[in-house]
Design a protein around this ligand. Structure first.
Ligand SMILES: NC(=O)c1ccc[n+]([C@@H]2O[C@H](COP(=O)([O-])OP(=O)(O)OC[C@H]3O[C@@H](n4cnc5c(N)ncnc54)[C@H](OP(=O)(O)O)[C@@H]3O)[C@@H](O)[C@H]2O)c1
Length: 483
C-alpha cells in the first residue's frame, strides 16, 4: 500500500499540466483464495481513495486471476482497459471479460438462524470499550451473551478507584461495564494490543481468561488518522492499518475458520465510496472485507461477516463533519444504532459475507453518481448546487469585480472554518502555513462548491494554495461556465 501511495504522491508532485496515468494490477483479490491474493486487498481501498482525491492521475485497478489461471484473453482485456481507460476504479478481468462491482440490495433469502449467543460461551469484542464496542456489548447481552471480554490497549483503573474517576472517556467506559454487569453479564476487560499475535495467543485462551471458550468475536478495534493522500507518511499508514490488518490476521490465526460461531469485522463504506482523507483507513478496511471472503471460502462452516458500515449517527469515529459532507455528496447518509443492529440481524439471517450497510439518499441535481452506487440510486433532489439556493450570484460582473467578490467569499469561508477574523488572514500567503489543515480544507472546498455552484477538485489547495489563487481559479471557472 505504501508503494502505491508513494508513487501517487510522486506523480501528484510533478506539477505538470498533463499527468501520466497510474494503473495498478492486483492478483485474485476478488476471490482472495490464498495469502498472496489477500496481501493485495488493501490496494483496492487505497485505490478508490486515490481515485477520489487525484482524478487527474488515477487510471484504475485491474484485478487479474493469478499467473497460472490467467490466459491470453485476459492479457488482451487488460490492454483494452488500459487503452480505453473506462471511468471505473476497480475492474476484475475473468475469462477475458472485464467486470465491475456494483452495490445491490441483497436478494438472499433468510436461511439462517438469528444471532443468538450461547449462555455457556464467551464473546470477545476488540475495541470493546470504544463507543461502538460498548453498544455491541449491550446488543450481544440482549442476544443472550453472559460472558463478555472487552479488549483494548488501554486498561480501566482498578475498581476500587472508579468512584474517583473524572475523565469523561474513562467514566463512559466504566458506566458501560457497570450497566452490563447490572444485567447479570460477567465482563472481563483485557488490556491487549490486538495486533500483537503472541499476546493474542497468550491472553485469549480459556485458561488465561478463566472463562469458557470464545464462541463469537466482533473485531471493532481501530484508529483514525485521516489525511489527504499527499500528507500520509508511512508511519501514519502503518498506524491505521495495524489494529485492523494485523489485528484481524492475529484473530484469524488464533480462531481459524470453523472454530467460532461467528467473527464479525467492523469495516467502513468509506473505501467503497473513495472518501477523501481515508487513504490509510480505506486500505485497512478493504483488507477486512477480503479476509472475510478468504475465511468463508476456506471452511464449510462460513462464519465471517464484514460490515462496511456507513456512519453510526453521532457515535464514536462517526462524529466528523467532513465525512458527513462527503457521504452526502455521494448520496449516502448515516444510520441510527438500532438500524445498524437491524442490518446485522438481517445480514446474519442471510449468511456470511461482506455487507456494505448504508442509507441511500438523493444527490443534488447534476451531481454524478459513483458507478458503484448506480444500481441502488434514488431520485435526485430538486435543489441543484448551481441553483443559487445557498449560493451567490455573480452574473454579469466585470472580470476584476468578479475576482474581488470571489476573494471576499473565499476569505470569509476560510476564516469561518479557521475561526479567525477575516481581516487576520493573509490572502497572499499559503493557507497551510496559516494553519488550515487537510480536514478543514475539505470542509472549505465543500462550502465553496455550495456558495459558487461549482464542482471543485479535491486537490484545490494543492494547486491553488492561497485565498487569491483559489478566488482567481473560481472566477475563471465562473467566467468559462457563463460562456
Ligand atoms: N463510528 C462509526 O460510525 C463507524 C463507522 C464505520 C466503521 N466503524 C468502525 O467501527 C470500529 C469502532 O469504531 P468507534 O467509532 O467505536 O471508535 P472508537 O470509540 O475509537 O473505538 C475504537 C477502539 O479500538 C481500540 N483499539 C485501537 N487500536 C487497538 C489495538 N491495537 N488493539 C486493541 N484495541 C485497539 C481503542 O481502544 P484503545 O485505544 O484503548 O486501544 C478504541 O476503544 C472501528 O473499527 C471503526 O473503523 C465505525
Amino acid at each position: 500500500a505504501w508503494l502505491l501511495l508513494r508513487t501517487a504522491q510522486c506523480l501528484a508532485g510533478l506539477g505538470t499540466a498533463r499527468f501520466p496515468r497510474l494503473w495498478c494490477v492486483t492478483g485474485g483479490v476478488r476471490e482472495s483464495r490464498d495469502e498472496a491474493q489477500l496481501a493485495h486487498a488493501s490496494l483496492w481501498g487505497l485505490a478508490r481513495v486515490i481515485a477520489g482525491e487525484h482524478a487527474e492521475l488515477w487510471g484504475g485497478i485491474v484485478d487479474l486471476e493469478t499467473a497460472d489461471s490467467a490466459g491470453p484473453a485476459d492479457a488482451d482485456a487488460l490492454l483494452e482497459i488500459l487503452r480505453s481507460a473506462p471511468a471505473e476504479d476497480v475492474i476484475a478481468v475473468r475469462g477475458g471479460k472485464a467486470e465491475t462491482a456494483r452495490l445491490v440490495r441483497t436478494q438472499r433469502e433468510a436461511a439462517y438462524a438469528p444471532v443468538r449467543c450461547r449462555p455457556d460461551g464467551t464473546y470477545l469484542i476488540t475495541g470493546g470499550l470504544g463507543v461502538l464496542g460498548l453498544e455491541v456489548a449491550h446488543w450481544l447481552a440482549e442476544q443472550g451473551a453472559r460472558r463478555l471480554v472487552l479488549a483494548g490497549r488501554g486498561a480501566l483503573p482498578p475498581r476500587a478507584d472508579w468512584h474517583t474517576v473524572t475523565d469523561e472517556d474513562v467514566l463512559r467506559r466504566i458506566e458501560g461495564v457497570r450497566s452490563l454487569e447490572s444485567q447479570g453479564v460477567t465482563v472481563r476487560t483485557v488490556s491487549l494490543d490486538i495486533a500483537d499475535a503472541e499476546a493474542v495467543a497468550r491472553q485469549l485462551t480459556p485458561d488465561a481468561l478463566g472463562l469458557p471458550a470464545i464462541r463469537g468475536i466482533v473485531h471493532a478495534a481501530g484508529v483514525l488518522d485521516n489525511r489527504m493522500a499527499g500528507d500520509v507518511d508511512e508511519a501514519s499508514l502503518r498506524q491505521v492499518m495495524r489494529p485492523k490488518v494485523d489485528g484481524a490476521w492475529a484473530l484469524h490465526g488464533q480462531f481459524p475458520p470453523g472454530s467460532v460461531d461467528f467473527l464479525v469485522f467492523f469495516s467502513s463504506c468509506g473505501q467503497l465510496l473513495g472518501l477523501p482523507g481515508q487513504a490509510s483507513y480505506g486500505s485497512a478496511n478493504s483488507f477486512l472485507d477480503a479476509l472475510a471472503i478468504h475465511r468463508n471460502a476456506a471452511s464449510a462452516a462460513a462464519d465471517t461477516i464484514s460490515f462496511a458500515w456507513t456512519s453510526w449517527r453521532g457515535q464514536g469515529m462517526a462524529v466528523n463533519e467532513v465525512v458527513d459532507l462527503e457521504l452526502r455528496e455521494r448520496g449516502v447518509s448515516d444510520i441510527s444504532v438500532s438500524e445498524a443492529f437491524g442490518a446485522w440481524e438481517f445480514a446474519a439471517r442471510r449468511g456470511a459475507g461482506c455487507y456494505p450497510v448504508l442509507r441511500n439518499v438523493p444527490v443534488e441535481q447534476g451531481t454524478p453518481r459513483l458507478p458503484v452506487l448506480r444500481e441502488i440510486a434514488v431520485e435526485e433532489a430538486a435543489d441543484a448546487p448551481g441553483s443559487q439556493q445557498n449560493g451567490v450570484s455573480f452574473a454579469g460582473l466585470p472580470p476584476e469585480q468578479l475576482r474581488e467578490r470571489a476573494r471576499e467569499e473565499v476569505a470569509a469561508q476560510v476564516a469561518a472554518e479557521m475561526k479567525l477574523p477575516t481581516a487576520s488572514l493573509d490572502i497572499r500567503r499559503s493557507l497551510v502555513e496559516q494553519g488550515l489543515d487537510s480536514v478543514m480544507t475539505i470542509v472549505v472546498r465543500r462550502r465553496l462548491e455550495k456558495r459558487f455552484g461549482l464542482k471543485l477538485p479535491a486537490t484545490l489547495l494543492w494547486h491553488h494554495p492561497t485565498v487569491t489563487a483559489i478566488a482567481d481559479h473560481v472566477a475563471e471557472l465562473l467566467t468559462s461556465s457563463d460562456d
